[in-house]
Design a protein around this ligand. Structure first.
Ligand code: B1M
Length: 208
């Protein structure tokens, strides 16, 4: 692996946000693509810390500092991911009720904005009623739901059902670690994306 990517991976895992920012800026100066920085370095760092957490080798405080370092690193990449085309469509996005995981959803937002979509981010722990309210008032082309917990992914169905009552043709996409294509089909989602980059393709194909 390229040295700077290796160093970013280590900095994220150890929750060193200042070092993460310095190294991400260095990687950008070296001409490394944001996608490579994310996929080859920062995302594997979060996966590794998650696996260590599952094994009881890492704990919540370590997850929190690693997540903060990741968010700070992502903020540096935002400028390099901005696209030129604007107003390709409006997307309302949020992490579902009971779920405070924000990083994957924020990455989806960055990729969508980079691809020229207007994104209204409702944040985390968004209840079905709030999604319904936002959908009615903002009339988005796409609604995007993120969930990271096996328990909270069930709220995706509640939201989809509530929206389809008044808009059966609503285009709703879902994603997040426990979500699969099979689950997306089962709950009646219009699309599923395994990662943030794929979510852009998913939206594009739904809007075509
Ligand atoms: Co949490 N957590 N966590 N956590 N956490 C997981 C998800 C877990 C898998 C860790 C583990 O056990 N291995 C596990 C869930 C198990 C399960 O339910 N199956 C877990 C748990 C159990 C918990 C708590 C319950 C722990 C506790 O309190 N005992 C608790 C729950 C809190 C709550 O939400 N109510 C909790 C808390 C936290 C922190 C707050 C400490 C922190 C979140 C901080 C933050 O987000 N600001 C945290 C973290 C950091 C993680 C891990 C380590 C990393 C998640 C992450 O940011 N990944 C995670 C382990 C893992 O996922 N392997 C874990 C990086 C990010 C880029 O990837 O979010 O997957 P991800 O997003 C991906 C794709 O999923 C996809 O695109 C992104 C990549 O391009 N995607 C979409 C996501 N949303 C999408 C939407 C789309 C399309 C694609 O369309 C709309």
């Amino acid at each position: 692996m390229i040295k700077v990517l290796e160093d970013i991976n280590t900095a994220v895992k150890s929750g060193d946000d200042e070092k993460t920012v310095q190294l991400v800026e260095k990687a950008i100066r070296e001409g490394i693509e944001p996608r490579e920085i994310l996929e080859a370095s920062m995302m594997p760092a979060m996966e590794e810390i998650g696996s260590r957490f599952a094994l009881g080798e890492a704990f919540i405080p370590e997850l929190i500092v690693a997540a903060y370092a990741m968010e700070q690193g992502m903020a540096c990449l935002k400028g390099s991911m901005k696209g030129d085309i604007k107003n390709r469509g409006k997307i309302v996005l949020g992490t579902v009720e009971g779920d405070i995981h924000s990083i994957g959803k924020n990455l989806v937002r960055m990729c969508m904005e980079g691809a020229g979509y207007e994104v209204i981010d409702l944040g985390e722990g968004v209840k079905t009623e709030k999604f319904v309210e936002a959908y009615k008032s903002m009339k988005p082309d796409i609604l995007g739901l993120s969930a990271l917990l096996s328990s909270t992914m069930l709220y995706m169905k509640n939201t989809i059902d509530a929206i389809r009552v008044f808009d059966p043709a609503a285009r709703i996409i879902v994603g997040g670690t426990p979500v699969t294509q099979e689950f997306a089909d089962k709950i009646g989602a219009s699309g599923y994306a395994p990662d943030a980059f794929a979510s852009v393709q998913c939206v594009q194909s739904l809007l075509e």
